[in-house]
Design a protein around this ligand. Structure first.
Ligand SMILES: Nc1ncnc2c1ncn2[C@@H]1O[C@H](COP(=O)(O)OP(=O)(O)OP(=O)(O)O)[C@@H](O)[C@H]1O
Ligand SMILES: [Mg+2]
Length: 504
């Protein structure tokens, strides 16, 4: 039995109304390997794992687990059989403690009827020690950050003796240090014989972590290979069906007069005395560690959070921005970090979502010009390569990355002067990233300016005209395009040389 793959997919097919999400997919996952699953947004990655774990039911085909055909009616059944998946939206109950979450649904019982809380706490502590992490098992889950929540999910899977652990874009919202912690745990679990299926759009991670990689394109299986046998360019070509020659297209544009100036912006405990200016036609990158105040800065400028002090000038005139509506009236747009919560109306169609911010521009005396709205929306879908069966599909049915593209499309479609982008390409595949950079260039050509917060250093370095680095709520440095290097940014962002050395 040693050679039987732990999982084998045979002609797996999944059809949604109007979409063939998986088309005769056949490949195997070997016992004890870390197996990467990659592909463009909408390629079928999440659908595949949702079928394995019983969230969705397959249309046809077969899944073999340990050589035997299996079928799980729901995630709980999959978990009981040793297959666990960790999604971006955690399945934890915020109001319960870490230990309660880990043992929810399979708690220990004493004297037949009573939940054995002590044993559960001890068992939870044992798991934390096993994973070598410092988490108080009596703490409420709502008080934990993303990284720790993820660890709780992993502990929960292990408490079920999971033999296969599936992770869908686990690093998308983690800071650099936390990513290192997660990788350590994954490598450790691999040594313990757990098989890991790893989905990510960050291809460098595949090379650091995975043994083999499977590429899906448009629901079809393209290849399964040893990671050491494929270059990143090969991988991209297999994912998008063509080579991506220019990863960071940047047109030269003229930088004009000052459009925004921030002086002494302060928000108690969050932002300290922030001053900078933004010029017409410029991309101002903001780098820094997660938690350094980058998102909070954008939110303060946009009027989401009140400020305790400081002044904002637009085109030289002081303005008061007390709400997002004020910001919008001054020509400012914010693409928030938490897309699902702030940026999208999941129950509405692609057309309605793309159209919402455009309404004032396509209505004539109160009547909406339907044709024009549709043309603009269709244009966006085309430019951003949004994978949807039609403009009328509800956004909740799109893949994660395609939902993000809709949020972006919303703002690109509208004419603003100042765009605040918070992690604009997070969760977006390699090909679509390039499209987003093209759209940014078009905004600049149109005379707009961009402030871009991003944790992806290659992106900040390649796309920004200037870079501000934040740490602990302050701006700790400004780098021109010429001065900016990965090392220079990290040195400022971390504040200490020793620490920077360990991040490499
Ligand atoms: N519940 C659903 N109803 C209808 N269509 C769906 C549903 N779930 C997924 N799809 C469609 O199936 C296709 C595959 O989606 P899936 O979520 O598997 O993509 P993915 O590879 O995970 O992409 P991403 O990188 O964006 O997360 C997409 O075209 C998506 O719109
Ligand atoms: Mg997905």
């Amino acid at each position: 039995m040693g050679d039987t793959p732990i999982l084998h997919f045979e002609k797996l097919t999944k059809r949604f109304p109007g979409v063939l999400a998986l088309d005769n997919v056949t490949f195997s996952v070997r016992r004890g390997e870390v197996h990467a699953l990659v592909g463009e947004n909408g390629a079928g990655k999440s659908t595949l794992i949702k079928i394995v774990t019983g969230v969705y039911q397959k249309t046809s085909g077969e899944i073999f687990f340990d050589g035997k055909p299996v079928y799980f009616a729901n995630p709980h059944e999959a978990l009981r059989n040793g297959i666990a998946a960790i999604y971006q939206e955690f399945n934890l109950i915020p109001a319960l403690t870490v230990a309660e979450n880990i043992f929810m649904g399979h708690h220990f019982v004493k004297r037949r009827f009573f939940v054995d809380w002590n044993r559960m706490r001890q068992e939870a502590q044992r798991l934390m020690r096993f994973l070598d992490v410092d988490i108080d098992v009596d703490q409420k889950v709502r008080d934990l950050g993303v990284a720790k929540k993820q660890v709780v999910e992993i502990a929960k899977a292990l408490s079920h003796k999971a033999r296969v652990l599936i992770m869908d874009e686990p690093t998308a919202t983690l800071a650099q240090k936390e990513i290192e912690g997660l990788f350590r745990i994954i490598k450790f679990l691999k040594n313990e014989g757990v098989t890991v299926i790893y989905i990510s759009h960050r291809l460098e991670e595949i090379y650091e972590l995975c043994d083999r990689v499977t590429v899906l394109r448009d629901g079809r299986h393209v290849a399964t290979q040893d990671v050491k046998d494929v270059t990143m360019d090969d991988l991209i070509r297999m994912m998008v069906g063509r080579g991506v020659t220019e990863k960071f297209p940047r047109t030269s544009h003229t930088i004009g007069e000052e459009v925004l100036r921030v002086e002494g912006l302060t928000r108690r405990g969050v932002l300290r005395d922030i001053s900078f200016s933004l010029r017409r036609g410029e991309i101002l990158g903001i780098a820094g560690m997660v938690g350094s105040g980058r998102t909070e800065l954008l939110r303060a400028i946009y009027g989401v959070d009140p400020i305790d002090g400081g002044k904002i000038y637009i085109r030289g005139k002081e303005v008061r921005i007390r709400s997002p509506l004020d910001a919008i009236n001054h020509g400012i747009a914010l693409l928030p970090e938490e897309r699902k919560v702030h940026g999208l109306v999941l129950l509405l169609s692609v057309l309605d979502n793309l159209g919402l911010p455009m309404l004032p521009f396509v209505s004539l005396r109160g009547f909406i010009n339907d044709g024009r709205l549709k043309t603009i929306a269709q244009d966006m879908v085309h430019h951003m390569n949004i994978k949807t069966p039609s403009l009328y599909q509800k956004v909740m049915y799109l893949s994660g990355g395609n939902q993000q593209k809709v949020v972006l499309g919303k703002w690109f479609a509208r004419n603003c002067d100042i765009y605040l982008f918070d992690e604009p390409t997070r969760g977006i595949d390699v090909g679509a990233k390039v499209e987003i950079y093209h759209l940014m260039n078009r905004l600049l050509e149109r005379g707009a300016s961009i402030i871009m917060v991003s944790s992806e250093l290659p992106e900040v370095l390649a796309m920004s005209d200037r870079i501000l680095v934040m740490r602990e709520g302050r701006i700790v440095g400004e780098l021109s395009r010429e001065e900016a290097t990965k090392e220079a940014i990290l040195r400022l962002a971390l504040g200490r040389r020793e620490e920077y050395a360990s991040v490499g």
